[in-house]
Design a binder for this molecule. Structure first.
Ligand code: ZN
Length: 138
């Protein structure tokens, strides 16, 4: 089976204060988040909003060593990553490596929202952190 990118599954936004940002995005999208999830191993706390076919993932740091804390210290709040849905994440990782992209995760790891995920290094994607994600079969 060939791997291929599909729609933008979600956009990840790094925020300092999850509570304050929850209010901002609830007003903006006129909907409440449908899920909140802490991924302690990644040092992140997340909130998910759904609008149409796309989701917005707010990410805040749970500790100062969190990649989100480092991102905000360096670049400030804002768009952190763009996530594309894929049907076969293992095949897609192989395809992307063959194309010369640097993968941060050579093997898929567990992400929030019941997903297997992998990140591409922004060095090979014009400064944009790209995530690929596949829904886990439950
Ligand atoms: Zn994400």
């Amino acid at each position: 089976m060939n791997g291929n990118m599909e729609n933008i599954e979600h956009i990840g936004i790094a925020v300092k204060d999850l509570k304050a940002s929850k209010d901002v995005f609830s007003k903006l999208l006129n909907t409440e988040p449908y899920k909140s999830e802490k991924v302690e191993s990644e040092g992140v706390e997340t909130l998910f909003f759904k609008t149409g076919e796309t989701k917005v993932e707010l990410l805040s740091a749970t500790n100062e060593n969190s990649p989100i804390a480092k991102f905000i210290a360096k670049k400030g709040e804002g768009i952190h990553h763009i996530a594309f849905a894929v049907k076969n994440i293992e095949a897609e990782i192989i395809r992307l490596k063959k194309e010369g992209f640097i993968l941060i995760n050579n093997d898929p790891k567990n992400g929030a929202d019941n997903k297997k995920i992998a990140f591409l290094h922004p060095k090979t994607t014009n400064g944009v952190l790209i995530e690929i994600c596949q829904e886990k079969e439950s």
